[in-house]
Design a protein around this ligand. Sequence first.
Ligand code: BGC
Length: 743
Amino acid sequence: MTENDLEKLLETLTLEEKVGQLIQLSGDFFTDDTALAVGPQRKLGIDPAMVGLAGSVLNVVGAEKTHEIQASYLAKSRHKIPLLFMADIIYGCKTIFPIPLGFSSSWDPALVNQCYRMTAREARAMGVHVSFAPALDLARDARWGRCLESTGEDPWLQSQYARAVVTGLQESGDLAHEGIASCIKHFAGYGAVESGREYNTVNMGERHLREMYFPPFRAAVNAGCELVMPSFNVIDDVPSTANTWLLKDVLRDEWGFDGVIISDYAAIRELVTHGVASDDAGAAESALEAGVDIDMKTACYANNLCRLVRMGKVSEELVDRACLRVLRLKNKLGLFEDPYRDTSRDVESACCLTTENRALARRMAEESLVLLENKADILPLDKATLRNVALIGPYAENHDLLGLWAVHGDASDAPTLGTALREVLGDRMTCAQGCPILVDESGLGSFGHRSVSSEEKTKEELARLREEALDAARSADVVIVALGEHPLQSGEAGSKTDLRLPQIQRDLLHDVHALGKSVIVLVFSGRPPVLTDIREDCDALIEAWFPGTEGARAVSDVLFGRVNPSARITMSFPYATGQEPLYYNAFTTGRPQKTSTHTERFTSRYVDCPTDPLYPFGYGLSYHHCRYGELRLSTQKLSPEGELTASLSVRNTSSRAGDEVVQLYIRDVTGSVVRPMKELKGFRRIHLEPGEECLVTFTITERMLRFWRRDMSFGSEPGAFELMVGRNSSDVQVARFELLETR
Ligand code: BGC
């Protein structure tokens, strides 16, 4: 349809029909079974007359189901405007790859892009039109469970991933024929909830928002994302869902975003709970006025907008504009031509969980596994000489490797570690659980269809599990201990105040280590856990995240050296929970611990814990070893229109080929406002054969040095800069240069 056709269609709609387009309900509202439909209707308190007009569906996935709902809806609809199906397809649809915090450790946006293309094909085949991804919340506080969904603590790196995901999902941009639409979220500042507690207050100045939290969103808008979801939190004491400055002034007017804004789940109604609206009508009015087009899962728009327009409290033009945006999106997706977008059961089974998709997920997982420790180069294991391996721990024979947000994936499609290792070792392996993930799951709460186990083990059972594992360890030459968080301990509403692994697992590891065997620890988690004591009790340590459908095989590839690990963490790992929020691109303070002239007592530090992280941003080991040559600059004076080249040689000094991630950081030494100690400005992922040397160069221009200055203009300031290149954010060489004044 042309824009003109859409406008004409809009003119033919009644006010109720227009408002209907602005309502999103879950699948249970669209069933033909009256009993079922009445239940959710009552629960939501929604006007039954509006239910039949609702224009979009939440989290119904599957060719058959979506087809059925669409067909029965269209049969009853006067205008035959097809339904939009939106779903949380966060890191894979049926074939699940590692959680975003995991895949970001690959420093490989091109591979991430391929994974999202694959995901879009699967989701499209399953009848999905829009995915609520990517989550672009900068994550600097590991207590916050949703750091699982983030690509880490750095805005520049996250912007690279934002582009990779959006263009992956939306493929060529021709959404009628390829891909699905991307809804970026949660705009904005959500990762900075106070004390890491989910849905909590965010307190942050505009400069910091613009400097650190906005860039990934801006990058995604520039990459053409079709939708934006505001966050649950407040910005300057106004919830994002009603925040006119955020949604209108910044997103629409300054950035030129003209796509659909959809509220987060029940967020419009929560304006009343927040205390900025006295009732649902007030909430509807302020959300629409701020620019929210679709109301997800509340009755606020449905029950109030028509009345508010008729009373003259809300202008009909606002409803028209929102409705037109929704119609445009439906049109872009090709729904008016084919409401089913060519989906069928056959297409679905031909597209999903294919051998190629599994192979891609395995590659992504291989690139996401971070080798944190490898004392005396104990890894990789030589499968030829191993006589007996003990695989113990609660993740030894566990399918639950998908993480919390893989809501449409199936854990039974993921082989367990035991299965993957048996493929290599055959019967030279003994498996034992050792202990449950948690002794008591009761505080976790349920999430969707996931619920906690009510079965608690007796003391005797726990002792038996432990003894079995220790027996297996005693007769093994190597012990692999698979530990981790419960999947419900991270993801949405998975905030924690203690980032250590559960005590029962730490005790098990301690006892295994005391046997004097070689111990390799694998950690499965949705965040950077505290591994301070774990690393003392092992010879090698791998952060495996929740690695997805092929995660177990990827772990096996790394353990036995078929793959040389190359991942580098994108969130700092703390020594202790009390260090959070902890991130590398922080300010020095006036009294930095290492360089202050004050006595140690009066510096910015803890009296009971290091200030630095246990593992810094950008850190990760590989099986090869590299020597970094001397860092050289082409000039020490950069003119605003010129370029500066930083170069250094990197040589693989080992007999193993591998990938190295060479990282570039810059610090603006003096500015009109305080600048971070260092900021990532680029990286090169290079492949080096044994003995090979490569010259790595970075080009620096004035554009890369811009920031939000004291007067809130965006630009650079002349003066001294430090340029740092190295293998992670703390192991760097430093050179200085000066940015000259504009002539
Ligand atoms: C989450 C969103 C998600 C939505 C729909 C909310 O609770 O915050 O990230 O997209 O639910 O499932």
